[in-house]
Design a protein around this ligand. Structure first.
Ligand code: ADP
Length: 413
């Protein structure tokens, strides 16, 4: 079974084509600057990376270009688009509508359009990607996989804000959490590595956007991002948690609109805002080693906030079996992992410092053998998770079509 995974942004489209037998990546690529001058396509086929420029007016054009590349008579990996069995779409926000991945129907598209209220920057381009695929591939089944879905298992006392309850009733204002597909993927790998189902795991997805998740017996019980991805940890350019009363204060002293404050909190804050140098940890660590005071402060603030979440989640989980690091920083930055683990020996967590320093971007156990709490680096793979969900849903649909029942649905005698 061949599955195409699509992830659309407002002006970009990322794709991967996977052969599910053996879970092999056949091709991947990125279309950038859709709808503006200088659109380009970067793609990898048979391990070789290529790039070219081409005017790409909209997401439908982008999908057509992707199919031309995939079916290119000389270099393509498939003969015809009919070989694509299904498409899996990454969608950021599904509100309270979906707690798992679903087959895309008109109703689902309508529901996601309603959810654009929660994620006005992310959902509309995701929906554009779905509609573009429906136009080009009307016969191919499609599945939506949502960033918020994994966290729908959080209890109400964890996801509610202490605002008037009517605001929740009227607008569904609450914590949703994001990076769910990544937290789900790495926590499943950790459960397999631990070899026990009943487990207490903290997953740290540390990329330019960053979040922490408490996973108990395989389900999310709390996570650091909030109603939007701005909350929680300090991030590349996002502030994470701040005192909410600062917003009207900023409005007054700097004479800013809500939109301008939102811009500051999302694009000019975090590591970039504090350091004044960069959002990238590589630049910040270079600056730190060259004695830059504000880079040092930003890194210390990041580590401190991360540690607070690890502490909180260890308490709510009632212990800890594994601490997992993933995404750009989590996979590649030994210094951040070291700082997060430092001083946690009282929990029975002993980092193998030598191993930690040598691991970049690969699956590894980086705790000492005697450590009660295992520490893992697990490269995330959201595309694979999306493809797996898509395959499962398509196969269960086929079974349902044959028997007339959903898989797992009770059949009356
Ligand atoms: P996103 O998907 O949220 O854009 P990524 O997960 O790709 O982010 O992470 C990107 C970030 O990872 C970079 O901004 C940088 O801070 C960090 N990063 C990447 N490689 C390294 C490295 N070798 N050492 C330290 N940090 C790194």
């Amino acid at each position: 079974m061949k599955i195409l995974v699509i992830n659309t942004g407002s002006s970009s489209l990322k794709y991967q084509l996977l052969e599910m037998e053996g879970e092999k990546l056949l091709s991947k690529g990125l279309v950038e600057r859709i709808g503006s001058e200088g659109s380009s396509v970067t793609y990898t086929i048979r391990g070789e990376k290529n790039k070219f420029q081409k005017d790409i007016l909209n997401h439908t054009d982008a999908i057509k270009v992707v199919f031309e590349l995939l079916t290119d008579p000389e270099n393509g990996v498939i003969k015809s688009i009919k070989e694509v069995d299904a498409v899996g779409h990454r969608v950021v926000h599904a509100g309270e509508r979906y707690s798992g991945s679903v087959l895309i129907t008109d109703d689902v598209v309508n529901a996601l359009e309603e959810c654009s209220f929660f994620a006005p920057l992310h959902n509309p381009p995701n929906i554009k990607g779905i509609k573009a695929c429906l136009e080009v591939l009307p016969e191919v089944p499609m599945v939506g996989v949502f960033d918020t879905a994994f966290h729908q298992t959080m209890p109400d006392y964890a996801y509610m804000y202490a605002l008037p309850y009517e605001l929740y009733e009227k607008y569904r204002i609450r914590r949703y959490g994001f990076h769910g597909t990544s937290h789900r993927y790495v926590s499943q790998v950790a459960v397999d590595l631990l070899g026990k189902k009943n487990s207490k795991i903290i997953t740290c997805h540390l990329g330019n956007g960053a979040s922490v998740c408490a996973v108990k017996d395989g389900i999310s019980v709390d996570t650091s991002m909030g109603h939007t991805p701005t909350g929680g940890l300090i991030m590349g350019t996002r502030c994470g948690d701040i005192d909410p009363a600062l917003i009207p204060i900023l409005e007054n002293v700097e004479h800013l609109t809500a939109k301008q404050i939102d811009d500051i909190m999302n694009k000019k804050s975090g590591m970039l805002g504090v350091s004044g140098i960069s959002n990238d940890f590589r630049d910040l660590e270079d600056a730190l080693h060259n004695g830059n005071r504000r880079a040092k402060l930003a890194l210390e603030m990041f580590d401190y906030r991360l540690k607070k979440f690890i502490g909180e989640y260890t308490i709510i989980l009632g212990g800890l079996d594994a601490l997992v690091f993933t995404a750009g920083i989590g996979e590649n930055d030994p210094e951040t992992r070291y700082e997060a683990c430092k001083g946690l020996e009282f929990l029975g967590l002993y980092l193998d410092e030598e191993k930690n320093s040598s691991i970049k971007g690969e699956l590894a156990e980086i705790s000492l053998p005697e450590s009660k709490v295992k520490v893992y680096v697990i490269p995330t793979n959201e595309e694979l998770m999306i493809a797996r969900d898509t395959k499962e849903i398509i196969e269960s649909k086929k079974k349902k079509n044959k028997s007339g029942f959903e898989v797992g649905e009770l059949q009356e005698a």
